[in-house]
Design a protein around this ligand. Sequence first.
Ligand SMILES: NC(=O)c1ccc[n+]([C@@H]2O[C@H](COP(=O)([O-])OP(=O)(O)OC[C@H]3O[C@@H](n4cnc5c(N)ncnc54)[C@H](O)[C@@H]3O)[C@@H](O)[C@H]2O)c1
Ligand SMILES: N[C@H](C(=O)O)[C@H](O)COP(=O)(O)O
Length: 328
Amino acid sequence: MSTKRIAVTPGEPAGIGPDLVVQLAQQAWPAELVVCADPELLASRAKQLGLQVTFRPYQPNQAPKPQEAGTLTIAPFKLVSEAICGQLDEQNSTYVVETLRYAGEKNMSGEFDAVVTGPVHKGIINQAGISFSGHTEFFAHQANCPDVVMMLATPGLQVALVTTHIPLAYVAKAITRQRLQHIIKILDADLKSKFGIISPKIYVCGLNPHAGEDGHLGREEIDVIIPALNELREEFQMNIVGPLPADTLFQPKYLQDADVVLAMYHDQGLPVLKSQGFGKSVNITLGLPYIRTSVDHGTALTLAGTGKADIGSFVCALNKAIELSSKN
Ligand SMILES: NC(=O)c1ccc[n+]([C@@H]2O[C@H](COP(=O)([O-])OP(=O)(O)OC[C@H]3O[C@@H](n4cnc5c(N)ncnc54)[C@H](O)[C@@H]3O)[C@@H](O)[C@H]2O)c1
Ligand SMILES: N[C@H](C(=O)O)[C@H](O)COP(=O)(O)O
């Protein structure tokens, strides 16, 4: 099997992303890791952490080679302002977004086989005047995909979301029959094609407490969710269970049977997953024309430069990207 070429974006320069990347470079990888970043930032963070890293320029015309321990392959970008651990600086937001744009473009052109993203700070990017709600939405927009699916996976549990980074006040309106069906179709298709599950079993959460209690605690289940799921079952023979009350869905009886749980919104599903697997989970974007994985945590500004940031989730994200891209 040919060696894969994976783009890695360390994300916010004042956060733990650069630390994690130089920590990851301490081990060998079976793929070439092309880190899209300022090499001076990585060198300075390596020095701060007392780690040795040799940088090699990315050479697109050469065949990818497995990454040797102690090395990083660099596609260079220049910070606008010096990065200080823990101190956000909106001047560097363009730098962050440009690394993502490059990684997305090179994946769409086929030059890279996947992208693995470190954590960005959504607030500081917006403060710089760049509208940005998350990598998921950024890559979806760039690839001209109207809907993609955010799914987080940890051993024993996979949780996907119908809505992602929107205010809670907008969630109910965003859950339309069309959106729900589109999300479930992407989920079903990618679980088949990328994960090799023949007939994915999708457990769906209700939106309201007790899945609406027969309409007495909210009508979205009756008006939107149940008809949408019934149509998918009847027309496409999809293996869907629910909607079930979200508070009792996440128990072994159901989870042992489910390939994925579909939550209606971010904080319905992700706290359950992260309470079980924070540090050993991976965020995967389904429905993109390429493989994109990410860490399960944010920028952890207070840990930048301390050596206390855990590399677990970044390792999971890299391994998952290598595994999924190797199946293609
Ligand atoms: N993949 C991403 O780009 C991503 C994911 C989540 C959050 N974020 C962003 O990160 C910023 C900060 O978010 P937050 O404070 O809610 O979450 P956070 O994950 O940065 O921090 C939450 C807690 O977890 C700890 N933590 C996080 N990562 C850790 C690691 N690798 N090792 C040890 N401890 C770790 C932090 O110290 C903190 O106590 C926000 O702007 C948010 O949007 C980005
Ligand atoms: N919702 C994600 C999480 O909680 O881990 C996180 O905000 C990152 O999302 P993007 O991959 O879209 O940036």
